[in-house]
Design a protein around this ligand. Structure first.
Ligand code: BGC
Length: 726
């Protein structure tokens, strides 16, 4: 390939195709993530005209399943649909952390926790790619807000970046090897993601060993030459003839090394070959089976938040059910923007409740007329109110956590009219549940559930499905409580990630704040007991064993969660960090022994001095429970760690010298000799070794202290001391 052909391969042919160059054909990429949004030919970016495909639950609901196996099955189904539609790469999953509950695209992201996100997304990608279809892991990186998303600089320290915002990407890249990774629009510490050499080349490729294609988000590239120099392979959409020419010119005039362009073009070509080899013309998929899977997944993503007096599940023989709220008839089942799927079919909760109930089911649209709704509720044996946010969309963040005023008024009126009121929420990110939930005995968090969500809601309401969804994000009492609150959405082009590592529940726990519903929380129609916790060190990590007993009368699923802490640590740590989890079916009355693995790498923190991951030695707390605030058993375990001794230097403090056994010994010896002498040297030495002076001296770097001794302790003596200490 000549230089012009290479350049041409590194930008798209149009919105959804790579460019055919020489013997390299074009392939199609489409959104994603929770369905296949294949644009009708010639329709560009028009969101509304795509071929029908199964609208699976968006990530907000999939994240709440906490079930890697389910994610894999949905990934496989999406892969089958892509193959049937001749799509080579599906643009997902989105794995940015939900840093703020206001994030406009939170519905497209899994969680506020990097391990939960990473484990689930790994399975999704593996499932998709097992069908010969590439994933596009997005948006790399730190794209946790929509406000000013194409310019804003996410200003974040390296430890937070590594431990929180990059951790899920690292996991998925290393374990599932996505065919493509999509860079984000925003800047990171001042540099556009699409031009970020450190992020794209040093970290992603160098440290993590990524070999696939780096594609831009649509329109994220500002400067084609700088993007290729930084390690980006494919700029989308296309065509971009001026950019192609600029690239070729840069190679010819030597300002861009020729191998940079060659490598980018070669990667695109190998992606295309891989896709062409895997293509299966004429493939089909089973629309009904995928709809059934979408219903199963939706049922598993629903989180039962409240169920006083066992109001739920409802009996099919409930004499009269009032279904209230237009969303029961016209469901809100996905968010707005590039992920909008044209579903193959669409269930609604009203029809599905009617199908399961043997008694009377009556409907009132509600929001504009709470009085009529209240009258209906009063006349029925139970009232189910459908309420939800209406805001979530790509491109803008939400303005608050409150439900729409009309929905709040409706809930209030209906709850006053019928004490047996159930509220079902439809929302893509958390809404404030108080203070109104005090008046409501049962509360079902239905997120955005995809095309079969209506059936899934009915399944949970009537106990066909025993709820096992758990919150993948904290529901705060108030927006102002949230760790991100003071640093969102930023100003003058910068958003400072001021809460650092204390994202989501980490921040609430560190400040010992009350929340409405904690991370990991969700009720079941049965109860579980934990017993026999045993934690041991095994090769590569910790093994956690615990027995879970279903002590209720119904079969159910428990999501066992393992959190660790290191109370005495060199660095600041969150009081609890999720490290492992398992979604386990347990029949009524039965027990299951659950074995979980905490990998060493997941215990590591990012050390900014050593600039690498460190598993700190120490006594770790391992807390096992049903939520981040419902810990059922705790153990401690000694971890040897992989700490290297940090060399003592002239800049090390007196405290650091004395904390080190060898350093303490040589310092004490050297200063004992000097202490007997007169003059400045004697004074200095006597002061340093005097225990009553320690608090004053502790934070002083050794060389600064030694300077007080003047000639008595010169540079050579200091050098000797350092040598002896190390
Ligand atoms: C979104 C991506 C999406 C792309 C293509 C962008 O605006 O950020 O998530 O894949 O458009 O539609």
């Amino acid at each position: 390939m000549d230089i012009e052909e290479q350049a041409a391969l590194t930008s798209g042919a149009d919105f959804w195709h790579t460019r055919a160059v020489g013997d390299v054909p074009a392939v199609m990429v489409t959104d994603g993530p929770h369905g296949v949004r294949k644009q009708v030919a010639g329709e560009g970016h028009g969101l509304l005209d795509s071929e029908p495909s199964t609208c699976f639950p968006p990530a907000v609901a999939m994240g709440s399943t906490w079930d890697p196996d389910l994610l894999r099955r949905v990934g496989e189904a999406l892969g089958e649909e892509c193959r049937a539609m001749d799509v080579a790469v599906l643009l997902g999953p989105g794995i940015n952390l939900k840093r703020t509950p206001l994030g406009g695209r939170n519905f497209e992201y899994f969680s506020e926790d990097p391990i939960l996100t990473g484990v689930l997304a790994t399975e999704w990608v593996a499932g998709l790619q097992s069908r010969g279809v590439g994933a596009s892991l997005k948006h790399f990186a730190i794209n946790s807000q929509e406000t000013d998303r194409m310019r804003v600089s996410a200003d974040v320290d390296e430890r937070t970046l590594r431990e929180l915002y990059l951790r899920a990407f690292q996991r998925v890249v290393q374990r599932a090897r996505p065919w493509t990774v999509m860079c984000s629009y925003n800047r990171i510490n001042g540099v556009y993601a699409s031009q970020h050499h450190w992020l794209l080349t040093e970290v992603l490729r160098g440290e993590w060993g990524y070999e696939g294609v780096l594609v831009s988000d649509w329109g994220a590239v500002v400067d084609r030459v700088e993007a290729v120099r930084a390690g980006l392979d494919l700029t989308m959409p296309g065509p971009d003839d001026p950019g192609d020419r600029a690239l070729a010119a840069a190679v010819r005039d030597g300002s861009l090394p020729a191998p940079a362009l060659q490598t980018a073009a070669a990667r695109v070509a190998s992606l295309v070959r891989r896709a062409v080899t895997a293509a299966t013309p004429g493939a089909t998929y089973d629309v009904e089976a995928h709809h059934a899977l979408a219903r199963e997944a939706a049922g598993r993503g629903i989180v039962l938040l409240k169920n006083e007096g066992g109001l739920l599940p409802l009996s099919p023989d409930e004499p009269a059910v009032a279904v209230i709220g237009e969303q029961a008839r016209n469901p809100r089942y996905q968010g707005g923007g590039s992920s909008l799927i044209n579903p193959t079919k669409l269930d609604n909760a009203l029809d599905e409740i009617t199908a399961l109930a043997r008694g009377d089911v009556r409907f009132a649209p509600g929001y504009d007329d709470p009085e009529a709704a209240a009258t209906l509720a009063r006349a029925c044996s139970v009232a189910i109110v459908f309420a939800g946010s209406e805001e979530e969309t790509e491109g803008s963040d939400r303005t608050g956590l409150e439900l729409p005023a009309a929905h709040l008024a409706l809930i209030e009126r209906v709850a006053a009219a019928n004490p047996r009121t159930v509220v079902v929420l439809s929302n893509g990110a958390v809404v404030r549940t108080g203070p109104w939930d005090a008046a409501v005995p049962a509360l079902v968090e239905g997120w955005l559930l995809g095309q079969a969500g209506g059936g899934a809601i009915a399944d949970v309401l009537f106990g066909v499905v025993n709820p096992s969804g758990r919150l993948a994000e904290t529901i705060p009492l108030r927006l102002a409580d949230h760790p991100s609150h003071l640093d969102f959405p930023g100003e003058q082009g910068h958003v400072r990630y001021g809460e650092g590592i204390h994202v989501g529940y980490r921040g609430f726990d560190a400040r010992e704040q009350d929340v409405a519903y904690p991370f990991g929380f969700g009720l079941s129609y049965t109860t579980f007991e934990y017993s026999g916790l045993a934690v041991s060190t095994v090769d590569g990590g910790l093994e956690v064993r615990v027995t879970v007993t279903n002590t209720g009368a119904r079969d159910g699923r428990e999501v066992v969660q393992v959190y660790t802490a290191l109370p005495v640590s060199r660095v600041r740590r969150a009081p609890r960090e999720l490290k492992a989890f398992a979604s386990v079916p347990v029949a009524a009355g039965a027990s299951a022994e659950v074995v979980l693995r905490v990998e060493d790498g997941d215990l590591a923190y990012w050390d900014i001095e050593l600039r690498r991951w460190v598993v700190e030695a120490g006594e770790y707390t391992v807390a096992v429970g049903a939520s981040s605030r419902d810990i059922r058993a705790t153990a401690t375990v000694a971890v040897a760690g992989d700490d290297e001794r940090r060399a003592l230097t002239a800049e090390s403090t007196i405290a650091e010298w004395f904390a080190d056994p060898r350093g303490s010994q040589v310092l004490t010896e050297a200063f004992a000799a000097l202490a007997g002498s007169g003059g400045d040297g004697g004074v200095m030495a006597r002061t340093v070794v005097d225990p009553s002076m320690f608090s004053l001296m502790a934070s002083m770097p050794l060389e600064r202290v030694i300077a007080f001794a003047g000639e008595a302790f010169g540079p050579d003596a200091l050098a000797e001391l350092i040598k002896a200490a190390n």
